[in-house]
Design a protein around this ligand. Structure first.
Ligand SMILES: Nc1ncnc2c1ncn2[C@@H]1O[C@H](COP(=O)(O)OP(=O)(O)OP(=O)(O)O)[C@@H](O)[C@H]1O
Ligand SMILES: [Mg+2]
Length: 424
């Protein structure tokens, strides 16, 4: 989302290009993509005063240098992986889990990138369906743009993160191909596509997701994030949580995908990692967009936006709406204050099929996650606990008691989310 603290109002989008085809990081010379939403969003200097701008520019330059050297390190790791199968690399053992493919094998799997195998296109390349004859496996193959510097960096980060991670709510990396200029990633195929395909712009024959499925998806995404934040060693900040990166398997089982922007979290007594501001407009935490200081709480904000999308059926950013309704968080914040608004916030496609108490609770979690102050946002384990609790309280359309109203007002504040939610 835009520079909330900078403008004093979350609907100020002056730092963000609106044109979908003009959203790429200025460092990136790549051609524009029709579905390119990810970008370098407004960085620290866009919010700085003129007197401090040279200091900020200098520190921005040092962040850039530091990142460039880290990028080089990562690329070396992946080069080692492709040359030696990983045994010389410091994460080599873990990486051996991901298979190395030749470009010929990828060509065979995709029928030479047949256009009818195209599953979608993101900011850094196209995704094709493929078939691996040797293992009888259907896969999704992402071909990163060859002329993209950012793409190389993404490739390295993605291979390193996913090959060392293993969790039911993270997409599985089957392997990769790094031959000459080609950079390809092979994932398990997710038959239901992304959450975005099931939430927004539905075709007339598509059935909207029901309430219970929405809560299951939210809880699954949160569990994936909890694994990255708490269980991975070292812990990882995802930085790209959004509906198009939540892929759905059989039974709408959610798996997080796209780890190209992932970063190792702060260590020791550090509270943040300084980075160029990258992310997707509408999901990016305002504090991170303003300062470039990436924290675990940046991901919590994005999770709150996804939860709001699941509850309301609205997009994180929707320019087809009236100006005061274009930014989901900016639209929702004033509505959180009065319970009489809650039933107006819910997705009309649910046609009233949701539990009133569950709606209050889900909105309470979302409101806490999208708080402006990062330290007021809950930790991921608390969010997981609260969302798990919500999934256990299944909505039963035949139980009229579930729709009864209760008087309450949301006041997002501190305290354990699960306890606050159970109290509603
Ligand atoms: N493992 C997969 N299984 C099935 N479909 C997939 C898989 N990975 C990606 N897709 C499809 O390909 C589309 C494009 O994915 P990609 O990650 O490249 O872009 P995006 O997430 O839409 O945008 P961005 O580049 O901004 O993250 C997805 O929306 C999804 O529909
Ligand atoms: Mg994606």
């Amino acid at each position: 989302m835009g520079c909330f603290g900078c403008s004093g109002h979350s609907t100020d989008d002056s730092d963000f290009p609106r044109n979908k085809n003009n959203r790429r990081n200025a460092n990136n010379s790549n051609k524009n993509k029709p579905h390119d939403q990810r970008q370098a969003v407004s960085g620290p200097s866009s919010c700085s005063s003129s007197s401090s701008s040279s200091v900020k520019n200098a520190s921005k330059e040092s962040v850039r240098k530091e990142e460039a050297s880290k990028d080089e390190e990562l690329l070396m790791e992946v080069r080692n992986m492709s040359l030696h199968g990983g045994e010389d690399s410091k994460v080599g053992k873990a990486i051996m889990r991901a298979q190395l493919f030749t470009f010929d094998q990828v060509i065979a799997a995709t029928g030479n990138f047949r256009s009818d195998y195209l599953l979608g296109e993101g900011g850094f390349g196209k995704v094709y369906k493929g078939f691996l004859e040797d293992t009888n496996e259907v896969v999704a193959i992402k071909q990163l743009d060859q002329d993209s510097l950012q793409g190389s960096r993404e490739f390295a980060a993605e291979v390193l993160t996913l090959s060392t991670a293993e969790h039911p709510n993270l997409v599985k990396l089957i392997g990769f191909c790094a031959e000459d200029e080609q950079r390809l990633l092979l994932y398990e195929y997710m038959p239901l596509g992304s959450l975005e395909n099931h939430l927004h712009d539905l075709s007339p024959d598509q059935k909207p997701l029901d309430w219970n499925t929405r809560m299951e998806i939210a809880a699954g995404a949160a569990r994936g994030l909890e694994y990255l934040h708490v269980k991975m060693k070292p812990p990882v900040i995802y930085r790209d949580l959004k509906c198009s990166n939540i892929l759905l398997g059989e039974g709408y089982h959610a798996r997080l995908s796209d780890f190209g922007l992932a970063r190792v979290g702060p260590s020791g007594d550090k509270t943040h990692v300084s980075t160029r501001v990258m992310g997707t407009y509408g999901y990016c935490a305002p504090d991170y967009a303003m300062t470039g200081q990436l924290t675990f709480k940046s991901d919590i904000y994005s999770l709150g936006v996804v939860l709001l999308e699941l509850i309301t059926g609205r997009k994180a950013v929707d320019y087809s709406k009236d100006r005061n309704e274009q930014y989901l968080v900016a639209w929702a914040r004033p509505l959180f204050k009065d319970r009489r608004n809650f039933s107006q916030m819910v997705d009309p496609l649910l046609q009233g099929q949701y539990p009133m108490k569950g709606l209050y609770q889900a909105l309470a979690v979302a409101a806490m996650c999208v708080q402006e102050q990062p330290n007021m946002r809950p930790a991921i384990s608390d969010v997981v606990m609260a969302l798990n609790y919500l999934t256990v309280q299944k909505y039963d359309p035949n139980n009229s008691a579930q729709s009864s109203r209760r008087s309450m007002t949301l006041s997002p504040g501190k305290g354990r989310v699960a306890d606050r939610v159970k109290g509603f």
